[in-house]
Design a protein around this ligand. Structure first.
Ligand code: MCN
Length: 778
């Protein structure tokens, strides 16, 4: 058999992407295509008094202009995408975004009016013709001030800015704190960043009156969910809507949001006008209108005995929700659950308050709230280790969940609404490998003292984390052997650069014995695969990969059955390899899979009762629970004593994502995640003024790491297969990004020798100027 599963094969999809031949949404050109521009609120919080579209409508080349009242019955808030978790006693207020502002704008950039014109230029010019009267209100930005009596209200009818309050606890934290030899209490803050995919969002929609069908090309991570939602919102049947998510230049979570106003308005306009309509987000719009992530304030404490064993953790935190909450509580719930990390925490008491603010909405962004939990826990452990005089790695070792304790029940409700249970793991070898690879002992004994003697500020950091991956509910896959001998595989998830076309082909190739170059994978087209959920939570490999495996297994059986009839032999005597089947020991006498597909779909005679024509199968896979990946990141950093600019001298990732499908793709995923993590830890931060105006909404002002800032990442893996899926895989898509903040904080503290001055880094992200203030006691 041709084995490709587990091999570092280059990606099937790359040649087309590299040659610039791949279809992205903006490449969709259709006869009679119209273009859209949106008038957006310039205010963070303002009552809309009037909108006058007269002059815009009169501009030559403008086909239509719409405000909220023009939408009629189609004006309604979008759906709640993720219902609140079943945590007893929780509070949750649902306030979903509307397509166009009707009564008041709740963040800068919220769409107020839409102009459809013969070109984008004309549409943009017409925005200047629209007269809007506003009554500007106080903006809610600061999380703590938002909860004070008398604060301006984002949603007046609620009477508060509380979007949700969720308390989860197990064990008796008060007793743990009372019995503790040490209790460390600190305030940690994690500030907002934007997601900056190379490709911004975009939608093209076409209504075909002959077929009564709507086709929508959308930069979405969840085409099936968009199809279903659009059908409901536009009064169509699901069969009347086709959503295609073609090649997408990065999604990272925000393109999972369902629905953005533009995603509904563009198809609606295409149906109403009977002409195809396109909207491509520009970068400025992206900063205001595409979801953000990150802002949280944690007041956390850890109680330990004198040997450094954790007795309990308490955390009270605020989460910035932005102006609406269609995404439910996924983010703060992830923070709440991921804080527990790789450790035995006998008592846990955590309560979060999600706060409405006059800022852009938040949805998951690579890591999806997990960064915060890891940052808080790893920082608490660092501080506790220092105060107890225990080595920072040793305190982690002493608290690791032991390998024989899995499945490990964490006793809290997770984002998939099940009780969080780690399926498998073995953390000590991961930490040992990371320490070894980074040369920890030698660095502490020799390198750092020598560097300090030379006046150089070198520091080392090592942190551990878990990543909840591979959650349900399900994905499906259809595998089909064509008469040409080529194999097709279709699944309902979309791809944004993860290499699915190759990795899933490797899964199928393992069963069907074909070259992966002969397997054509289609993702993100609802006409190709009807059911699905989406690409998020590092679930593609686990859930869609397993569905592909199951479907390929059934096709393999069909191949064997058909070939056994053909050769008049037992199925057990057959070998499938190199796209052919032969009887054991007679490789020269073979039949191709294509010929077998023909036999399975005969033009004469009869198909045997109980047999289906063709060599194809559709299977679904729904995991019983998430697959918990884990890892350790280690870094050596040098800080310029004058500018406080850090340079990463070495970076090591040791990672366990169970069985690996393609080590090359995995390496790319980790490398990309770390680069994003570095951005989030040291470069990317959104700055707002008191009126809720975003001050750095451009790539000149919002800093991204460049190739010079991202080092070569050295990687190693351990393999603890997941018992919850047939491949034993765990996800890996977010692992690179999750622990980088915690790692930076530890390594920078070490480099600047801050503990000797009793200075701690308790916030993310950092910058040279902020580091200067912190190290000078600010
Ligand atoms: N993989 C593997 N072996 C494993 C695990 C994963 O070979 N044990 C491979 C998979 O087959 C897949 C890739 O690694 O090709 C990522 O798989 P997985 O971890 O299952 O993640 P998803 O496919 O669900 O992708 C989503 C994940 C998330 S949540 C974010 S955010 C993210 C990420 O992937 N966004 C990305 N990686 C990204 N990469 C690119 N280029 N662009 C994005 O938008």
């Amino acid at each position: 058999m041709t084995h490709s599963f587990g091999k570092p094969l280059t990606r099937n999809e790359d040649p087309r992407l590299l040659r610039g031949e791949a279809l992205f949404v903006d490449d969709v050109e259709l006869p009679g295509l119209l273009h859209v521009a949106f008038l957006r609120s310039p205010h963070a919080h303002a009552r809309l008094l009037s909108v006058d579209l007269g002059a815009a409508r009169a501009r030559p080349g403008v086909i239509a202009a719409y405000a909220a009242e023009d939408l009629g019955d189609y004006w309604k808030p979008g759906p709640l995408l993720v219902p609140p978790p079943p945590v007893p006693g929780m509070v949750f207020h649902q306030c979903c975004q509307v397509p166009l502002v009707k009564d008041k704008a709740r963040h800068v950039g919220e769409p107020v009016a839409m102009v459809v014109a013969e070109s984008r230029y004309i549409a943009e010019d017409a925005l200047g013709d629209i007269a809007v009267e506003w009554e500007v209100l106080d903006a809610v930005g600061d999380l703590e001030a938002a909860l004070q009596p008398g604060a301006a209200l984002v949603h007046e009818h609620l009477g508060v800015n509380v979007a949700a309050k969720v308390h989860q606890h197990r064990g008796d934290y008060a007793a743990a704190a009372k019995a503790a030899a040490l209790v460390v209490r600190r305030r940690f803050t994690y500030d907002r960043g934007a997601s900056i995919p190379m490709e911004t969002r975009g939608v093209v929609a076409q209504w075909d009156p002959r077929a009564d069908r709507l086709t929508v090309w959308d930069t979405t991570q969840a085409p099936v969910v968009i199809r279903n939602g659009l059908a409901a919102m536009l009064g169509l049947s699901e069969r009347q809507v086709r959503v295609v998510a073609p090649n997408i230049g990065g999604g990272f979570g925000p393109k999972m949001m369902m629905f953005y106003p533009e995603e509904v308005l563009v198809p609606w306009a295409a149906m109403r006008l009977g002409r195809p309509v396109k909207w491509i987000e520009d970068r400025l719009e992206h900063f205001f209108a595409t979801t953000h992530e990150r802002s949280q304030i944690h007041d956390a404490e850890i109680a330990l005995d004198a040997s450094g064993r954790i007795l309990g953790v308490k955390d009270v935190f605020l989460h910035d929700n932005g102006a609406y909450d269609p995404y439910g509580l996924t983010l703060p719930l992830n923070s709440q659950c991921t804080l527990l990390g790789c450790y035995v925490v006998p008592a846990y008491d955590s309560v979060f308050t999600a706060v409405f603010t006059n800022r852009t909405l938040v949805t998951p962004y690579r890591g999806a709230g997990r960064q915060h939990g890891v940052f808080v826990m790893e920082r608490l452990l660092d501080i506790a280790a220092r105060q107890l005089g225990i080595d920072r790695n040793e305190i982690r070792r002493r608290n690791f969940i032991p390998p024989d304790a899995f499945p490990y029940d964490q006793g809290v409700i997770y984002q998939d609404f099940s009780r969080l249970s780690y399926d498998s793991g073995n953390y000590a070898p991961i930490l040992a490998k990371a320490l070894d690879a980074i040369g920890y002992d030698r660095f502490i004994a020799e390198t750092q003292p020598r560097a300090r003697a030379e006046g150089r500020a070198l520091g080392i950091g090592v942190v551990c984390y878990v990543e909840g991956t591979g959650i349900g509910p399900y994905e499906g896959a259809k595998v089909q052997v064509q008469g040409s001998g080529k194999v097709s595989l279709a699944t309902g998830i979309g791809s944004q650069g993860q290499g699915h076309a190759t990795a899933f082909a490797q899964v199928v190739a393992e069963q069907l014995g074909v070259d992966i170059r002969d397997i054509e994978v289609t993702t993100g087209d609802t006409d190709q695969f009807y059911w699905g959920v989406g690409t998020f939570a590092s679930r593609g490999a686990v859930v869609a990969g397993s569905a592909a495996h199951e479907a390929a297994k059934v096709v393999r059986q069909k191949i064997l059955k058909t070939a056994a009839r053909h050769f008049e032999c037992a199925e057990e005597d057959l070998v499938i390899a190199d796209g052919k089947v032969h009887v054991v020991g007679v490789p020269d006498h073979s039949i191709t899979l294509g010929a077998l597909a023909g036999l399975a779909n005969p033009m004469r005679g009869a198909v045997t009762p109980g047999t289906e024509p063709g060599l194809e199968a559709t299977s679904y896979f729904g995991p019983a629970g998430g697959a918990t990946a884990s890892g350790a990141h280690a870094m050596i950093v040098e800080v310029d004593p004058l500018t406080l600019r850090p340079t990463i001298l070495d970076y090591v990732v040791v990672h366990d994502c169970g069985t690996v499908i393609n080590p090359l793709i995995l390496a790319g995923q980790i490398q990309g995640g770390v680069a994003q993590g570095i951005g989030n830890a040291f470069f990317e931060q959104l700055h707002w003024d008191e009126q809720g105006q975003l001050m750095n909404a451009s790539l000149a002002d919002y800093l991204l790491p460049t190739a010079l800032d991202v080092p070569r990442i050295r990687m190693d893996h351990t393999v603890t297969p997941s018992p919850l899926n047939p491949l034993g895989v765990k996800g890996a898509g977010e692992a690179g990004a999750i622990p980088v903040g915690a790692l930076f904080a530890q390594a920078l503290e070490d480099a600047l020798d801050l503990p000797s001055k009793e200075i701690e880094i308790l916030e993310m992200p950092l910058s040279p100027s902020r580091l200067w203030e912190i190290s000078n006691g600010g």
